[in-house]
Write a protein that binds this ligand. Sequence first.
Ligand code: ZN
Ligand code: ZN
Ligand code: ZN
Length: 369
Amino acid sequence: MLTCDFAERLAVASVAAEQAQFDAVLVTPGPDLRYLIGYDAVPLERLTCLVIRPGGTPVLVAPALERAAAEASPAGALGIDIATWGETDDPYALVASIANASRRVAVDDHMWAAKVLGLRDAMPGVDQVTAGRVVNEMRMRKSPHEVQALQAAADAIDRVHAAVPGLLCRGRSEQEIGRDIAELIVSEGHVRADFIIVASGPNGASPHHEVSGRRLQVGDAIVVDIGGTTDQGYCSDETRTYALGDPGDEYRAAYAALQASQAAATKAVRPGVPCETIDDAARTSLVDAGLGEYFIHRTGHGIGLQTHEEPYIVAGNVRPLEPGMAFSIEPGFYVPGRFGARIEDIVVCGPDGAQVLNARPRDLVMVEP
Ligand code: ZN
Ligand code: ZN
Ligand code: ZN
């Protein structure tokens, strides 16, 4: 991201705060702070808080010992004011004096409860609301730079999936495979691994199984859902399903239906289509194949500086898709005690349809045992 990206975001946030009648928007370290000013501060007990006031210059309140780090971040080039506090000062009083609020402040959705309550005490009589309706609205629509960053993350996780078949063999445990995947996630272009799901055989029936000591057996289907964060802060998230040897006719038929479901949902993406219609496209296809009762989660989630963010691709979400919205399409089936499967890609809503960021083949990958 460039300095001009952050300057524009601050300007948009300030206008949105004015429209929402917020006296100030208060943002502590986390994805919203990184989005708005590029400062990837670690959330700690000492208060760091960006104060955005409609019509005013944003002020970053930070501990004195963090000034150098803040100035070294993209925030330092933005020309915002940095107000520091010493170890014995009251940072909450400092934020209150800068916010100068009389009616209502918005606090970021991820703020620690201790900070929310500290700010409440420092601004008695001022209502607190969450800033999500300002910041989430902005983060949901990705700029071309953000789409590039998500594409780089998708390319990196594609490279990891390309190596997964070589890690699967009879007798290896999910934990052993998971450790190898963790190393690959970092070596292929992420700064950290965020989650690693290696769900073999009956473990595949639990969508958020992580890894266990279970050892691969011939005939297992293996759901591998992995993701990490790149140096730009953007996340990857991709699922492919593998099999060690032949998982059987019944499984292969169900998998073919899942592939059709994932393709139908991807094909349904275009501007103006409600999020729930994408979920419906995936679901109808599995219901028709007799697998509806085994598809037990929503079809997808938005992705960006967080793995899960708005928009959610779920029944009841009537929000229309807009160009730049980035989200997962990840239908699955989960048959308790037996097996599971999932196929997941990250897509961006383009002017005429989905731009699919992940490029690994979606067929069931059968590995020689
Ligand atoms: Zn999930
Ligand atoms: Zn995933
Ligand atoms: Zn996902």
